[in-house]
Design a protein around this ligand. Sequence first.
Ligand code: SAM
Length: 244
Amino acid sequence: MRIDVVSIFPEYLAPLELSLIGKARQDGLLELNVHDLRTFTTDKHRTVDDTPYGGGAGMVMKPEPWAQALESVAGVREGTKPVLIVPSPAGERFTQALAYELAEEEQLVFACGRYEGIDERVIDWAQEHFTVRPVSLGDYVLNGGEVAVLAMVEAIGRLLPGVVGNPESLVEESHSDGLLEYPVYTKPSSWRDHEVPPVLLSGNHGKIAQWRRHEQFRRTAERRPDLLDNFDAGQLSRADRNAL
Ligand code: SAM
């Protein structure tokens, strides 16, 4: 996969050189380029923002530097229409399901807004060259799109083949089957008067699987009952229902 990120703070994306994503880049599993929006300006002050039409607080990102930047990035592969993700608190919610969907793409472009956001005409214009998706990290407001991009690239990148050493660990995670993950423990079995649940020491794999499933439902009901709305009651086993 190829990922391009356009930002006025390219240094903000430096953590993507670390850990599993950094290694995936080194191993050639992921090509990731960060572009400075200001290199696509033409005035000597390298201006990327201006006052909003209609008045109001804050500044708005000017359209032309964005068009120049996105044309330059999109033109890399002729004949393809990459997905352009525009981080925005007014976008669709980023979820694990969306991460899986985007992990199937050949090229993703991220446009990091700042100030009050990007002139809306950029979104309209970009539809000709990209599949445009405004995406929100959650129902709160950040100062810029960079933090959202760090989170999204990490969530998408770890789903690419070969990035996570043991692909099994992706299957049992929170949100992979619509539920939260069961609690996990490691050695020692007794720690500061807190014990590991005995079933996990039993060696009985059937019972362990049953306990984990039960814990998934119990924890989801306790912390994120909204997720259970997606489950058809008819599909639940008796054990699943008992955990609720
Ligand atoms: N005025 C905008 C609004 O109310 O929708 C918020 C602008 S915010 C201060 C600046 C930039 O931060 C946005 O253009 C977007 O790129 C990014 N941003 C802020 N909150 C976000 C969120 N929840 N998810 C994704 N990106 C976000």
